[in-house]
Design a protein around this ligand. Structure first.
Ligand code: NI
Length: 261
């Protein structure tokens, strides 16, 4: 059930049986020479919608702009400052919390959203702790679709070190399955494999400025062998993510932590 495709009486009725909502988060940024600029938003929305269909959960509007300053040297990228995203998330959550929503499940498709999202959650908790927030507590869970153990295992099996960090074959496979006409063919060579230390230091898209980033990664891919991502892998990745996400969402509503999460 998509919020955008719902009426207010339908949302009011939904709130009588659930106080949970799934919020997809993506970005608008270059994804290498063959990846769509909307990749992170398209993948997050697709997985969120599939989870929502499995659990009967409401899916809110996709946050399709995120912090991607490091990609501004590539045409088409639109970036928010981290502080802007924090404010957007706070307003998004507080709008709905005032109507009775309590459980906010953020389904993420962009590493750069992770730190600001956690900050936004802390801002909301802090307002309540300081006596200025909602009268009822709200809860958050933040998951990136590729982190579910089953999805992670499949992408490692399919792509190994070719998965890399950006314009990954897994995310491009999903968009190629969904939008074959929009995606150009990809016979790009494998980029150099990233050192584990680099991946650790730059996790969550913790990159330098745009000029330095484009000069270091001139075609926009960060260690990802994008051509390995075949359209037929996309549906498998989405199905696994949706199954794992549906279990995790149910556990979240029931107040349980999922094992290994
Ligand atoms: Ni991406």
């Amino acid at each position: 059930m998509l919020l955008h495709h719902s009426t207010w009486p339908a949302v009011e009725a939904y709130l009588r049986q659930s106080d949970g909502i799934i919020v997809p988060m993506g970005s608008t940024e270059q994804h290498g020479p063959t990846g769509l600029i909307g990749t992170d938003s398209i993948t997050a929305q697709t997985v969120a919608q599939a989870i929502g269909e499995q659990c009967g959960a409401l899916v809110g509007p996709t946050l399709s702009l995120g912090p991607a300053q490091f990609n501004l040297g590539f045409p088409g990228t639109v970036s928010l400052r981290p502080t802007t995203l924090i404010r957007v998330i706070v307003d998004y959550v507080q709008s709905l919390a005032g109507q009775g929503f309590r459980h906010f499940y953020f389904l993420n498709g962009h590493g750069g959203n992770l730190a600001p999202a956690q900050c936004a959650f802390q801002e909301i908790h802090a307002e309540r702790s300081l006596g200025r927030g909602e009268r009822q507590p709200v809860g958050f869970r933040l998951r990136s679709w590729w982190d579910y153990p089953e999805v992670n295992a499949l992408r490692q099996r399919l792509y190994g070190s070719g998965e890399g960090m950006h314009a990954t074959p897994s995310e491009l496979a999903i968009t190629r399955g969904l939008l074959p006409e929009a995606c150009p063919p990809d016979d790009l060579p494998a980029p150099a494999v990233l050192a584990p230390d680099f991946m650790k230091r730059h996790g969550g898209d913790n990159h330098d400025d745009a000029r330095a980033h484009r000069s270091r990664f001139p075609d926009g891919r960060v260690g990802s062998h994008s051509g390995l991502g075949l359209a037929e892998h996309g549906a498998d990745l989405v199905v696994l993510a949706a199954q794992a996400g549906a279990r995790d969402y149910a556990a979240f509503l029931a107040g349980r932590e999922e094992k290994g999460a």
